[in-house]
Design a protein around this ligand. Structure first.
Ligand SMILES: [Zn+2]
Length: 289
């Protein structure tokens, strides 16, 4: 829901797999980013997570009748930048691509109706002609629904509801509220959702590992004290190693997993191990990474 009311393999993926220092350096450079969308006057969309607070947030009780009174919610204050100058709007294929990855999104309820008749209809018909202020709100609203879907994938039995509220000033700032017992789940779901949506807007492709974000996060949530290498995770979850590696890397870059690196072969190679992070990572964080 949204509101304008201010709230208040195998060969390269075994446990012995090594990654070269060159690859590590390239990854670091990629993460540092030679381009910083939204900061250099470019038109690339950017999402900045400014603050996250976990608590009951009773101020939004009345904004969604699916909220459970007293249940903990994650409030995320987010800046959505770059949509004002997106004269082309978003790709008309965004919703169909999204539904290929997350088909259960079609079942979401939204603003008193179903999501097809409300939010998706707006995106399919008018991504490019929405007023600039509403483009950001609609993006954030879609971010909320995708984060809820990812939350459900990470903790399937958990209740799941959310609300998106726009600040009056600045117009690109929003507060998203997600019901979640574990703040790490809501925070990871929001970051994964932003990563997927930004990649679908530009370059218009599904990011590596997106199909497996929730499943991989769920696996680590069930093993909060385990330190696991990629091969061990692959042995348990199976599937395409490169997709799983993409999920592990993004979950680590987004702060849901802590990544341990250590060298082998006289420093020629770097090995990785992952464990569940103890809490929400430091903010602010901007995406794309
Ligand atoms: Zn909605």
């Amino acid at each position: 829901m949204s509101s304008r009311q201010p709230p208040s393999a195998e060969a390269d993926f075994t446990p012995r797999r090594v990654e070269t220092l060159r690859a590590s350096f390239q990854e670091k450079m990629r993460q540092k980013g030679s381009r910083r969308p939204g900061r250099s006057g470019g038109s690339r969309a950017e999402v900045r997570f400014l603050e996250m607070v976990h608590g009951p947030h009773p101020e939004v009780d009345r904004l969604n009748d699916r909220f459970l009174p007293g249940a903990p919610r994650l409030k995320a204050t987010v800046d959505v930048l770059g949509f004002e100058s997106h004269t082309d709007g978003v790709p008309p294929t965004l919703v169909s691509h999204l539904l290929e990855i997350f088909p259960n999104l079609e079942r979401h309820r939204c603003c008193g109706g179903d999501i097809q008749g409300t939010l998706f209809r707006r995106w399919r018909q008018s991504g490019s002609i929405l007023p600039p202020g509403d483009r950001g709100l609609d993006f954030c609203h879609l971010l909320e629904h995708l984060a809820l879907e990812l939350t459900r994938g990470m903790v399937p039995a958990a209740p799941c509801a959310g609300i998106t509220c726009a600040h009056r000033e600045p117009a690109h700032r929003f507060d998203l509220f997600l019901e979640c017992e574990d703040a790490r789940v809501g925070a990871a779901a929001l970051r994964c959702a932003a990563h997927v949506l930004l990649a679908l807007v530009h370059p218009g492709q599904v990011p590596a590992g997106a199909f497996r974000f929730a499943e991989t996060a769920r696996y680590f949530l069930g093993r909060p004290r385990s330190l696991l290498n990629p091969g061990e995770v692959l042995a348990a979850l199976q599937g395409d190693p490169s997709q799983l590696q993409g999920a592990l890397r993004f979950l680590a870059a987004a702060g849901f997993l802590a990544e341990d690196r250590f060298t082998a072969d006289l420093g020629e190679t770097i090995l990785y191990r992952y464990r569940l992070a103890p809490g929400i990572p430091p903010l602010p964080i901007s995406l794309p990474l």
